[in-house]
Design a protein around this ligand. Structure first.
Ligand code: UD1
Ligand code: CA
Length: 457
């Protein structure tokens, strides 16, 4: 039997205290609402409708790559009103309809599928997902009849003292049979909030002779709704814990795992070691046996096998090939590529530059828009002057070249294979292969100068 999923995501989310719409707050780099959409797809939904309102345009843009359609709720008149807006988007669809929220990111596709299946299995017109809580304050209470079926859900605001003692609460996730759209028209807003409550459908289904049943959620965490940034942090903590655990079970070593942040898009191989405080984001991939040192941040960066990224390295859009090394305190910017066995060390910045196999830049250098040949040695403090104020230019350093400390290579310029550059030189012309390029004031020593100076005083 087919089912559609409607995700309600029109709310303002004022308690987030943010200019960003609530459902766009990121969890591990992905907007909260995308988790709901992915669960809906995973449940086998034929169609997915997202009801947007507050920040509608931004929400639609964020979900542009997902196979969903949108419905608009201009005014937030309640959860039933929100669902009514989806009717048109589902025109011609005859199956069951599931309702979830854009702010319940831990709900799994499996639980949704289970809910849909319960309609037939339990011969019900409506199924709701419930939870038994120590403290049910704030939630709608599930009132069951003698046969165990659900007779009503009463909102906190409308509940009497007796009802408030009930600890089984409504999670707000439902499955309905195809009568939904007809019955939805019978919902009125005669209650303490003056809102159209989705929960009123319990009585309406019953009045039409259908059973309403509650399915108890297996994992209470799954139903955590995000209303504040504290909730957001709690959900992110749970997602991270699951992710780290999964990688550890696949052979990744994490030292003080609770301090490591990584996103679901990251890929790790066996025998990768991550030291405390490591942050791995986006399309980062780390190969077998590689080590990432403490407090390093890697974004969209590829590290091949047996490479070593030492502590406090910050890399974005970089490639570190097998056996290469970076850091501590290396800065790799987009287009940085360290070939096999290359090494860049302390306070070396690399941007749009290829560092050839076995080449080394140990300390305090800037290599921008450059090509460094195999086995070349870059002295401490060397920089490429790659920008003339208008355009960027390239620097080529040949195989086995040796660049002295504090040299400036003013691009475009080329240092040939095996050539040397004297320390402190400002190189504006090409240095031929095998030559020594020196460009600096000649040293002059004035004998006895210090003694003379002292006598004059
Ligand atoms: C709802 C349930 C309550 C349940 C609780 C679980 C109703 C009447 N009550 O209460 O029984 O225990 O969820 O969290 O359904 N939304 C819209 N448009 C609207 C109103 C809401 O899109 O006009 C969206 C909100 O963005 C939010 C979700 O629906 O994501 C839930 O709405 P909210 O007003 O927070 O319902 P609760 O009071 O939490
Ligand atoms: Ca809520």
């Amino acid at each position: 039997m087919k089912h559609a999923v409607v995700i309600l995501a029109a709310g303002t989310g004022t308690r987030m205290k943010s200019r960003l719409p609530k459902v766009l707050h990121p969890l591990l780099g992905k907007p909260m609402v995308a988790y709901a959409v992915e669960a809906a797809i995973e449940s086998g939904a034929e169609r997915v409708v997202v009801v947007v309102g507050h920040g509608a345009e931004a929400v639609q843009t964020a979900l542009a790559d997902y196979p969903v359609v949108f419905a608009h709720q201009a005014e937030q008149l309640g959860t039933a009103h929100a669902l009514m807006q989806a009717e048109q988007a589902l025109e011609g669809f005859e199956g069951r309809v599931l309702v979830t929220y854009g702010d319940t990111p831990l709900l799994s596709g499996q639980t949704l599928a289970r809910l849909a299946g319960a309609l037939e299995a339990r011969e019900a017109g409506m199924v709701l997902l419930s939870l038994v809580l120590e403290d049910p304050t704030g939630y709608g209470r599930v009132l069951r009849g003698a046969d165990g079926s659900v007779h009503a859900v009463v909102e906190e605001k409308d509940a009497g003292p007796e009802e408030k003692r009930v600890r089984e609460v409504n999670s707000g996730v439902y499955a309905f049979d195809a009568n939904l759209w007809a019955y939805l028209k019978e919902v009125r807003n005669h209650n303490a909030s003056g809102e159209y409550y989705l929960t009123d459908l319990v009585q309406i289904y019953r009045a039409h002779g259908h059973r309403v049943v509650a399915l108890e959620g297996e994992d209470p965490a799954e139903l955590l709704g995000v209303n504040t940034r504290a909730h957001l942090a709690e959900v992110e903590r749970i997602l991270l814990e699951r992710l780290r655990r999964a990688w550890m079970l696949r052979g990744v070593r994490m030292i003080q795992p609770e301090t490591i942040y990584l996103e679901p898009t990251v890929e790790l191989a066996r025998d990768v070691t991550l030291w405390p405080g490591v942050i791995l984001r986006g399309r980062t991939r780390i190969g077998e046996g590689s080590v990432v040192g403490a407090y390093s941040v890697l974004v969209d960066t590829v590290v091949e096998a047996d490479a070593e990224v030492r502590g406090h390295t910050v890399a974005e859009g970089a490639v570190i090939r097998a056996g290469a090394g970076a850091g501590p305190f290396a800065r790799l910017r987009p287009g940085a590529e360290l070939e096999a066995g290359a090494h860049v060390g302390n306070f070396v910045e690399v941007k749009n530059a290829r560092i050839g196999p076995g080449a080394k830049a140990g300390h305090l250098a800037y290599l921008g828009d450059a090509e460094v040949g195999e086995g070349a040695n870059i002295g401490a403090g060397m920089i490429t002057a790659n920008y003339d104020g208008k355009r960027k230019h390239r620097t080529r350093i040949g195989k086995g070249a040796f660049i002295g400390s504090n040299a400036v290579l003013v691009a475009p310029v080329e240092v040939g294979d095996g050539a040397l550059v004297g320390a402190g030189s400002v190189i504006t012309q090409d240095v031929p292969a095998g030559a020594l390029g020196v460009a600096r004031g000649r040293q002059r020593n004035i004998e006895g100068y210090a003694e003379r100076k002292r006598r004059e005083e």
